[in-house]
Design a protein around this ligand. Sequence first.
Ligand code: NDP
Length: 272
Amino acid sequence: MSQRYAVIGNPIKHSKSPLIHTLFAQETAQDMVYDRIEAALDGFAASVQQLQAIGAAGANVTVPFKEQAFALADWLTERARLAGAVNTLKFTEMGVEGDNTDGVGLVTDISQNLGFELAHKRILLMGAGGAARGVILPLLAAQPSFLVIANRSPQRAHELKQQFQPYGIVEASDYAQLSGMQFDLIINATSASLADQLPPLPLGIFSPKSLAYDMMYGKGETPFLSFARSQGATHCADGLGMLVEQAAAAFYFWRQVRPDTAPVITALRAAA
Ligand code: NDP
């Protein structure tokens, strides 16, 4: 019998995860079905229980339930524990295991799909919400020269600096303090692009040959990517590759099978 999976979120109807996992399953000849579930805002745990009751093997979790999934899991991978959020659940006879594949998805997209070497680079991460928190450990593991976290509410950036300092060279900042600095990679992990806004980055912040990466996808060229291009960033990327790569890491976590992501990214871009 096909093994069942689903993505749980609210809202969920625009989620691309069912399409991505269906394409992965076809490509790797895995016998599985993948649904979408819109849980009531106070109904996340009940949705997980229902999935377990029908014998599902796992789930993806998206906004706004990643912290609840973290709390619900019986045990966590190291990267999920440090992220404080879970986007992938595996249901086993012993209980529920929680993982966070967002960070590895971002790093795989940047280093493998975009061919951008992270080691010895100066990285700026904008934002201190769930998406930012999830990518710090994998970014530091790639051995950059340093990582600066900038946030509109600087206190949140300082808290992340405290938490992740044991894992690499990490600094915290507000936007004004960035004046005069240059970065090789700037990642927009804020939700500003959702509102067509641009975090207040100073001019001259992109080094030659820099990469501007907006985690947002599906909105065309965001204000951040337009700004980056006007400031001389050589490479600009949206978050579609990260989305597909985090899904591939979840697929591997469940099934120990690694799908080829390139045709799926191409298919999603063609459908956009
Ligand atoms: P959160 O709501 O947890 O965090 C939002 C962050 O954005 C906070 O740091 C907030 O600052 C900052 N922010 C919001 N508006 C502005 C603004 N106008 N100027 C400057 N900073 C601002 O969101 P998430 O971390 O969950 O998600 C962030 C983005 O990442 C979303 O666009 C989401 O779609 C994307 N994402 C993409 C993924 C992918 O696979 N491609 C995966 C996960 C997320 P403050 O603390 O001051 O409020």
